[in-house]
Design a protein around this ligand. Structure first.
Ligand code: TXA
Ligand code: MG
Length: 310
């Protein structure tokens, strides 16, 4: 654990892995221009090397370092939603190498809003860095971490002496960023998140009917974000089974209540930690009653569906 973002940014520049809080989930950051650091990050995650990774920046001026031919609607989206939980996929510049784009012609960029993340990134940029490549700080296929303790549990033992985990408390949003493909005439949503379709539509029309599988997004692998327990959607929890549901749904006798959020926002914030709690309690089955409605509720249902795909 760690004292200052300045120290962490120096370590990043020197090739260390720095796990840091963002408003969505914790990221496992490395210098996006340091190929061997990126390789070590992939190794710690256990993620196949051909997967692209999001580059985090603190300043919109760096977009043109990483991307080119940026459509007007993408600029409008950045102005409206950055810093915040939205990632834009843009045509890469020569600076975005294959080792962060997975060999694709597109790069994913995001300015997070978490103050610790922003400070870390701006310090890193003041040392001559241009961006921090960071996937969620979990082992490949498992649930994203929403606290420093989760990160320790996932990858703590795999980190080296010069790597760090920055503790920024619990993640504010709790599910990963909305991802928008900005490579075509109209934007397409590749991953749902806290910036909702309705919010995006206030800025630009969206292409809603093309095929999401065209651009390879590892978050769209069917089984992803999975706990060890079997996740079952919308049936009554039996004795000894875990239950994740809004607070107005009572806990059946003998079932283990893992969270009882009062709102959809709260649901998003507590979903992943509740799944982890079920795993650390050694539960075989976790029953989940997803929230209804649109927007963030859609993003939550998307993650629950993936967690249930065994
Ligand atoms: O909220 C978030 O987005 C968090 C925090 C740490 O920023 N990051 C995150 O990263 O969720 P990751 O790697 O776990 O998920 C990012 C997804 C992956 O499915 C990846 O394939 C996709 O974004 N992605 C990244 N760059 C891409 C690109 N150039 N083209 C297509 N998909 C891309
Ligand atoms: Mg991830």
């Amino acid at each position: 654990m760690i004292e200052s973002q300045a120290q962490a940014s120096r370590l990043l520049r020197a090739g260390s892995l720095i796990a840091f809080p963002t408003e969505t989930v914790y990221g496992l950051g490395v210098d996006a221009e340091n190929e061997s650091a990126v390789a070590r990050m992939f190794e710690v995650k256990g993620r196949p090397a051909k997967h692209p990774v999001i580059v985090h920046i603190s300043d919109q001026n760096l977009v043109s370092y990483w991307a080119e031919e940026i459509p007007e609607y993408a600029i409008a989206l950045m102005r409206k939603f950055w810093p915040g939980p939205i990632t834009l996929i843009l045509k890469r510049s020569g600076n975005a190498k294959d080792f962060i784009t997975g060999g694709q012609e597109f790069v994913g960029l995001r300015i997070p809003s978490n103050p610790i993340a922003l400070k870390l990134l701006s310090e890193f940029e003041s040392l001559g860095g241009h961006g921090v490549a960071a996937p969620s700080a979990n082992r490949f296929g498992s649930v994203s971490p929403t606290s420093a303790k989760d990160v320790v549990e996932e990858i703590g033992e795999l980190l080296g002496d010069d790597d760090l985990i920055i503790d920024g408390g619990a993640s504010e949003v709790g599910v990963e960023s909305t991802i928008i493909d900005c490579s075509r005439e109209l934007p397409r949503i590749l991953r749902l998140g806290a910036v909702t379709e309705a919010m995006i539509e206030t800025i630009t029309p969206i292409d809603t009917d093309s095929n999401l599988e065209e651009i390879r997004v590892s978050g769209s692998l069917t089984r992803h974000y999975s706990p060890r327990a079997k996740v079952i959607i919308d049936r009554e929890a039996k004795p000894g089974e875990g239950l994740i549901a809004l607070s107005d749904i009572p806990t059946p006798d003998g079932a283990v209540r893992l969270t009882a959020p009062d709102s959809v926002n709260d649901y998003a914030r507590s979903l992943y930690s509740a799944l982890r709690k079920g795993d650390s309690a050694g539960l075989g089955v976790i029953v989940v009653n997803p929230p209804r409605g649109e927007g963030l509720a859609d993003a939550i249902r998307d993650r629950i569906l993936r967690a249930s795909a065994h």
